[in-house]
Ligand binder design. Structure first.
Ligand SMILES: [Zn+2]
Length: 447
């Protein structure tokens, strides 16, 4: 272990009646932007010099045949390197802590003649100008806001160098790490509740856009048995493909207790094909939303339609709140449908009738008992609703039209991050490890 000492000097103005806190605060903010990169560059400079000394011998007395902790990138030799000096032009790296400029030391391999910088070889930085951690920071921001804003935010929060184009490339790089073959894969081995849901996104060449389809599982959060709550995991994701394309990602999963479907026929077909005989529950959030759209198509007066939607939401919630049996719930549901039929709204009535057999699957007493640890199967609606809102909020920014590849990358990151996918957690652990290198600031001119 080496100790590298650096001195920090602040030419602080004397405190007087003109002193302002803001001036000192600006000093501190500026230091957060510059200090880390400069300190790291100086430390690396010192470490390189010591490394070259130990591998090549002192400058005035070069030694032959010394072993090195690195291998020659030309021939693989692990010993006998000659000093080739320090480059005057610094090598720049854009990092999560701002720009780091390092003057590289070079050595030459006596076996093959290759000249290279050991620092780049040892830290695996040879082909890079931007570090993976900076890419991860940018990609994480860009999954929540526009490329333009994410780069501006990165620059403002620290001295990170970033442009909208850089954020765009970062998203592609990180998505490639999360899903090397284009698919993130199931984030859990099994889930008792699987929710299949899709939304339309503006991407690709089709006028109506592309389908973004998600498979989400509810699993028990580990922890105290009395405080267990549903925890959502990402099981599958496709963009610009039909529902059938999800089959491969779901094939590895054992049958769940219930599948929550959004009402689209292709979803129910996929679920039945993947897990024959597993009961399906119609997603209540989609049902209420679809009902409101149907009333719009029926040209129902808006205030009345809103009231009816609210009434449907309450009716569904009450079924849980009052622990109704399936039969009781359906009787109330039918009475509700009658009020819509009496007003002559055909599209809305037909939607409710088609949904009817799957509306109260979750009231089945066996299912409720088995899924009590998740807080009930119907909770999936909220999870899906929030996920879809996030996806749409991100991809609708600026009204731009995406390429399929571009939107797949950004949604992959958004979903992997949001649902704590194991691939996301692994990338985080690898690129953002806890710092184990101690440092301290000491006061020199004390007294
Ligand atoms: Zn060599």
């Amino acid at each position: 272990m080496s100790v590298v000492n650096l001195a920090l000097s602040i030419e602080a103005p004397d405190l007087d009646e003109w002193s302002s806190w803001s001036a000192f605060e600006s000093l501190a903010v500026q230091m957060t932007k510059e200090l880390a990169g400069v300190a790291l560059a100086e430390a690396l400079d010192e470490l390189q010099a010591r490394l070259v000394d130990s591998v090549c011998g002192p400058k005035w007395a070069p030694l032959r045949g010394l072993p090195a902790p690195f291998a020659c990138p030309g021939c693989g030799a692990g010993a006998d390197f000659a000093r080739k000096g320090r480059r005057t032009r610094p090598r720049r790296f854009d990092t999560a802590a701002g720009r780091v400029e390092v003057r590289l030391w070079h050595v030459g391999c006596r076996a093959c003649g290759k000249v290279f910088a050991p620092l780049l070889v040892m830290l695996d930085l040879s082909q890079r100008r931007r570090t993976d951690r900076l890419s991860l920071d940018l990609a994480e921001l860009a999954s929540q806001m526009s490329f333009q804003r994410s780069s501006a935010t990165a620059v403002m929060l620290s001295a990170r160098r970033a442009t909208a184009g850089g954020a765009h490339r970062a998203v592609a790089d990180i998505a490639g790490m999360l899903a090397p073959d284009g698919r993130v894969g199931p984030g859990a081995d099994r889930a008792d509740v699987v929710i299949l849901d899709g939304t339309g996104v503006r991407a690709g060449r089709l006028r109506l856009g592309a389908d973004c389809n998600l498979a989400i599982g509810l699993v028990g959060r580990s922890g105290r048995a009395t405080r267990r709550r549903a925890h959502a995991v990402l099981l599958g994701l496709t963009i610009g493909e039909r529902w059938g394309a999800m089959a491969g990602q779901l094939a590895a999963l054992p049958p769940p207790r219930v599948v929550v479907v959004d009402g689209e026929e292709a979803v129910s077909v996929l679920a039945e094909r993947a897990w024959p005989g597993v009961p399906q529950q119609r997603c209540w959030w989609h049902l209420c939303r679809g009902f409101r759209w149907a009333l719009y198509a029926d040209k129902a007066p808006s205030p009345w339609a809103n009231e009816k939607r609210a009434e449907l939401v309450e009716l569904l919630r009450d079924a849980i709140r009052w622990e109704r049996t399936g039969e009781e719930a359906l009787r109330l549901y039918d009475a509700f449908v009658d009020t819509v039929r009496a007003a002559g709204h055909h599209a809305a009535v037909s939607l409710l009738e088609v949904a009817r057999p799957q509306t109260f699957t979750c009231l089945d007493p066996n299912l409720r008992r088995d899924l009590a640890y998740l807080g009930g199967p119907e909770l999936g609606s909220g999870v899906i609703e929030r996920a879809m809102r996030d996806i749409n909020a991100r991809v609708d920014i600026g009204g731009s039209r995406w390429t399929l590849g571009g939107i797949r990358d950004v949604i992959t990151i958004l979903a992997a991050r949001r649902f704590h996918h194991p691939a996301w957690e692994a990338v985080n652990r690898a690129l953002r490890p806890t710092n184990n290198i101690p440092f301290r600031l000491a006061k020199f001119n004390a007294g």
